[in-house]
Design a protein around this ligand. Structure first.
Ligand code: NAD
Ligand code: UGA
Length: 452
């Protein structure tokens, strides 16, 4: 099939690469010329396992363009995957969506038929708005075209984006017209039937069978997406709240999480206590759901608490640091891990960046290390003097404390004795509970974890 994807970021690029791999002709459109230059050279603009390899092998079936009108000319399906970041009040900013919808409506020719698929996470009712906007514009232009707008929220995780696209748990499709979804079902057919030959670097996961296909209406699809992210955020905040009490009563959250997660009704995933959730989605989607509820004068105290608990985790770590070092002014603090989680270069709403800002306000001297996210961090933190180091052992030089903020594998294998030799004061704040506290103590460190 011929597919145009608008927005070539984490979701758009991954989707484009996967759909091209399973046999479709894909054109991905982006309005960021720097990204396009790299993509056209076969280079990935995101740090994701396997993407660059796929891009390299898909030169014929995956093209890149800055022009929506060119891309949709021959497309049967148009997938919208532009960003929907929060505005200053926490409401989803739909400027990108509106722009794309307007560009699509301006480019549609008479006598054509399009399936427009909304993959961006959008507020409830947006699919309806998109359809209406396009139909009004086409009517103004005197254009007669068959347009279907379908909701198809995305559930991939960064760092596992290709895995989740080839082997999703579920594919959710929202439409008021069951016939309208056929082209999209057809596009996903090899994934739904698991009939494609897996890329050699990404075989079928053990035990994976096929995705569930959920066909529903657009409002339900939109709600499923928000409810999913809010539930995940709730699980993490729940375990973080329990972790706080563990510290008071002398329990170990690691053992509590383990025992708790063995109940299949609860499940053992997303029960890692630590600095809390960041990233481009859980923060914005919890906030978006509250905004949606506010419009109906409906209160959502659970989601409010989920956010409150999350953000206090960061301050809790600073409080623990202050408790140990008293005044942070002039103290050398090293942050290990800048991305919002390991195996991604994404620093959007990263706990590490928030902590760096608090440390800077307290006049601490900051050094950092991250395996891949330092370039993005340098772009983001332009107002703070930070020493960026390519080696974690250089980053801790003369430090009064180290804060581990993202659990990259490299940090699990740190030689604590070597680390300690470099530091001025042996304080290890383990924001992701990855070290064995006994090993840290044996290497001479004062160890501070979360809930243990
Ligand atoms: P992103 O910022 O990485 O990518 C969006 C891309 O769209 C950018 O490359 C940007 O340049 C491009 N763009 C913006 N406006 C454009 C326009 N007018 N024309 C052409 N291109 C334009 O965002 P993302 O992380 O891929 O997220 C996209 C959407 O998917 C969001 O709604 C997000 O909530 C949702 N989502 C994201 C993830 C994730 O893990 N990142 C997972 C599920 C859902
Ligand atoms: C999340 C969801 O997991 C995806 O299903 C969804 O598609 C995506 O948001 C989205 O809508 O964009 P992602 O943001 O990539 O994916 O990251 P997660 O793996 O969910 O992690 C989010 C945050 O929670 C990270 O900061 C991570 O460190 C933290 N986390 C995760 C914990 O603190 N504890 C845990 O047990 C798990």
């Amino acid at each position: 099939m011929k597919i145009a994807i608008i927005g070539a970021g984490y979701v758009g690029l991954t989707t484009a690469a996967a759909l091209a791999y399973i046999g479709h002709d894909v054109i991905a459109v982006d309005n960021n010329e720097d990204k396009l230059t790299l993509l056209k050279k076969g280079r990935s603009t995101i740090y994701e396992f396997g993407i660059e390899q796929l891009l390299h092998n898909l030169k014929e079936s995956l093209l890149f363009s800055n022009s929506i009108s060119t891309a949709i000319q021959h497309a049967e399906i148009i997938i919208i995957a532009v960003g929907t970041p929060p505005d200053t009040s926490g409401n989803p900013d739909l400027a990108n969506i509106k722009q794309v919808v307007s560009d699509i409506a301006d480019s549609i020719q008479s006598g054509t038929k399009y399936t427009i698929v909304m993959k961006s996470t959008v507020p409830i009712g947006t699919n309806h708005f998109v359809k209406q906007t396009i139909m009004e514009k086409l009517a103004d232009r005197g254009i007669n075209s068959e347009i279907n707008v379908i909701s198809n929220p995305e559930f991939l995780r960064e760092s596992l984006a290709l895995n989740d696209t080839f082997y999703p748990y579920r594919i959710v499709i929202g439409s008021n017209d069951k016939n309208a979804i056929e082209p999209l079902i057809c596009a996903y057919d090899p994934i739904l039937k698991r009939s494609f030959t897996p890329p050699n670097f990404l075989p079928h996961p053990d035990g994976y069978t096929r995705p569930h296909l959920v066909v529903t209406d657009p409002v339900n699809a939109e709600m499923i997406k928000y409810a999913s992210n809010c539930f995940l955020a709730m699980k993490i905040s729940f375990i973080n709240e329990i972790a706080g009490l563990c510290e008071k009563v002398g329990a170990d959250i690691k053992q509590v999480s383990y025992g708790l997660g063995l109940d299949e009704r609860i499940g053992d995933r997303f029960l890692e206590a630590g600095l809390g959730w960041g990233g481009s989605c859980l923060p914005k989607d919890t906030s978006a759901l509250l905004s949606a509820a506010a419009k109906y004068n409906y209160s959502m105290p659970i989601i409010e608490a989920v956010r409150e608990v999350n953000y206090r985790q960061r301050q809790n770590i600073i409080d623990k640091l202050q408790h140990n070092l008293s005044d942070l002014a002039g103290k050398r603090i090293c942050i290990l891990g800048l991305s919002f989680k390991p195996n991604t270069d994404d620093i959007r709403e990263s706990a590490a960046i928030a902590i760096i800002r608090i440390l800077a306000e307290n006049k601490a001297i900051i050094s950092v290390h991250d395996p891949v996210a330092m370039t993005n961090a340098q772009r983001e933190i332009t107002d703070i003097d930070v020493r960026y180091c390519d080696d974690p052992y250089d980053a801790v030089e003369n430090a009064d404390a180290v804060i581990l903020a993202a659990e990259w594998d490299i940090y699990r294998k740190l030689d604590l004795n070597r680390l300690g030799e470099k530091m001025n004061n042996l304080l290890f704040v383990d924001g992701r509970n990855i070290l064995d506290p006994h090993a840290a103590k044996a290497a001479g460190f004062t160890y501070i974890g979360v809930g243990r």
